[in-house]
Design a protein around this ligand. Sequence first.
Ligand SMILES: O=C(O)CCC(=O)C(=O)O
Ligand SMILES: [Fe+2]
Length: 269
Amino acid sequence: MTTTIEPSSTLGAFLTQDQKDYFKRTGLIHFRNFIDRETVDLLWSACVAVQQEWITGAREKVNGTPLKWGVDVNGERIVQRFAFANQFSSVLAQFLLDPRFNLLLELVGNGARLGVDEKDGLVVNHYVNSDSSKFTRMGWHTDSVRDLFMGKPVMPMLNVGIHLDDQDPRNGGLRLIPGSQEQGVWGMLTKKLSFFDHRADPREVAFEIKAGDLTVHDGRCWHRVERSTLVGTASRRRVMYIPIIAGAYEPRGADSPTPIYHHLSRFIG
Ligand SMILES: O=C(O)CCC(=O)C(=O)O
Ligand SMILES: [Fe+2]
C-alpha cells in the first residue's frame, strides 16, 4: 500500500524552519485549507467562464501552448488542460496576487517569482474518467525535463498546486518520489521514460487531498497522476498549477512557438 504523506502544519505568516527543512529534504509540502470551499467554487466558476470563451472562439492554443480538449460525462466539450488561464480572467489573476504565494518564493531563493506569464502560466488540469474523456492520468515525469526538451538548462522551479476536489489516495491522484529532486539532469533523462511510464514505484507517496488544499513540489521530482478507480462524476479531479521560477525572465506571448514535447503528448494519455 502506498504511503500517504502527512500534511504540514498550517501555512502562517511565514514559513517555519521545520517547513523549510521538510521541503528541502523531500521536495514536497502539503498545506491544508489554503482557501475555503466558497473560494474553490469562485475559482472554478472563473475557469468555466474562460472555457466558455475558448469554446466560442474555437481556441486551440494559448501563447503557443496547445489546450487539451475533451468530453465530459454529459457529452459536453471541456478543456482538460488550460494554459495561462490567469490571462483570461480577472478573478484568477487577482487570486494569484494573494500575498501568501510570496511566502513560498523563499523555497527557491533569489530571483524567485510566480510564473504568471512564463512556462504555461496558470494551468488547470481537469481529469475525469468517462468513455470519451482522453485525460484520465499522467505518466511519470519531472516538470524540469520540459526545460531540457526545449534545449535549455534546468533552472530552479517549483510547481504550486491549488486543489479544487477532494482526492482519496486509494482511488488515484498525485504520486511523487520524495527526495528525487536530488537526482540531477542525468537521472531526469534516464531513470524513467518520461510521460510513458505509468507503473507504481515502491518509493512513491500519495496525498490525502481536500478541496482548497495547496501542495508544492520541486520541478525536479518524479511524479505522476494515477487514474481514478472511480468512473463518471465521482472520478472528477480539478487542480490548478502555477510555477515558481527563478533565472532569466522568459515571458510567452501570442507569437511564442509550440514546445516540441507538446507534439509528443498527442501520443500519450
Ligand atoms: O495533476 C496533477 O496533480 C499533476 C499534473 C502535472 O504533473 C503536470 O501538469 O505537470
Ligand atoms: Fe508535472
